[in-house]
Design a binder for this molecule. Structure first.
Ligand code: AVI
Length: 320
């Protein structure tokens, strides 16, 4: 009947919630238990990530900004003016203006899955660059995106900062790089941030800061599960842990049970034994070679590479 149909349609349209529930329930049934890192970023999580980027231990944001600020002349020479800059993610209020000032682009196209974030950051940027056409596109860039007609004849520069590529396992990262190449087309370039392998103590401090902001970022996922998926996970018995996985060259975030616990999520029962963990994020780190190999596998030929003055982070320029 009609009302039944409406209810079903409403449920179907509630796509995010369904995907969240499905990912969390599937992840809790996995061995070892793991939840995809994308669910860390609700409003509270995005706010906490912004705070993380300001922490003394979290060097990637400062290091990448340092490269952008000091190498503007080289970017201008290698990239040239008149490109449409297509940013994967809705843009940082600091990094994006530095790049745009350096290379004199013909247009700026931020892509983001969150329309609210996208509109706010696009308005801010348009105010800073009054002559620059800005065409925000609300889209999931894990799939090929149709760019606005206005930029179809312009050469493109993809900008993918922050080492966000490192939050994906290699298979997903390669799929994304190939999709990015399809979105941008032949003759385009890509400027991508890749965090570097370094002393594990430095890495662990960056993901387990003294002020406990990264721990809060991790705990926020549990709060979100409890709130949105009717869970009763006892957060007081979970401890944030940043672990260096040397075989896979990545920092992992975990929530480790301090004693045997049982709980339910969406009416389904689960348990964690003492010492068992819920794996919530990977942040892969790269060497020159592993970074280049990943780009090549994704269809991009690296041509130039820059490090910050303390050699903690890399920005790589590649050709499609
Ligand atoms: C967004 N991403 C690149 C961050 C990183 O460093 O992997 C997310 C993050 N997780 C904990 N701290 C920061």
């Amino acid at each position: 009947n009609a009302s039944e149909g409406m209810r079903l349609i409403n449920l179907d349209e509630d796509g995010v919630d369904r995907a969240f529930r499905q990912d969390v329930l599937a992840g809790l049934k996995q061995v070892p238990k793991a939840i995809p890192a994308r669910w860390l970023y609700d409003d509270a999580g995005s706010q906490l990530f912004e705070e993380i980027t300001q922490l003394p231990e979290y060097y990637p944001t400062r290091a990448e900004t340092d490269i952008l600020k000091t190498r503007g002349g080289e970017f201008a020479e290698l990239i040239g003016p008149g490109r449409a800059v297509v940013e994967f993610g809705s843009g940082s209020s600091v990094k994006t203006p530095v790049l745009l000032s350096a290379i004199a682009p013909a247009a700026y196209v931020p892509l983001d899955i969150s329309g609210d974030f996208l509109r706010a950051s696009s308005a801010e940027l348009a105010a800073k660059f009054p002559g620059l056409p800005v065409y925000p596109v609300e889209a999931d860039f894990m799939r090929k995106v149709a760019l606005p007609d206005a930029v179809s004849d312009m050469p493109k520069l993809g900008f993918f900062p922050g080492s966000t590529i490192g939050n994906m396992v290699a298979r997903t990262a390669v799929d994304l790089l190939r999709t990015v190449r399809e979105t941008l087309g032949e003759g385009s370039k890509l400027l991508i941030g890749m965090d570097l392998i370094k002393d594990p103590d430095v890495l662990i401090a960056a993901y387990d800061d003294a002020a406990g902001v990264t721990a809060e970022f991790n705990y926020n996922l549990v709060r979100r599960i409890n709130r949105e998926l009717d869970g009763d996970i006892p957060l007081e018995f979970l401890r944030h842990e940043a672990r260096w996985n040397d075989d896979f060259a990545r920092i992992e975030m975990h929530l480790v049970a301090q004693k045997d616990i049982s709980f339910s999520v969406s009416g389904q029962p689960f348990a964690l034994a003492q010492g068992e963990s819920l794996h919530t994020e990977n942040s892969h780190k790269f060497s020159r070679r592993t970074g280049n190999t990943l780009l090549l596998a994704g269809g991009w030929t690296p041509t130039h590479r820059w490090l910050d003055s303390k050699e903690r982070f890399s920005l790589v320029l590649a050709d499609a």
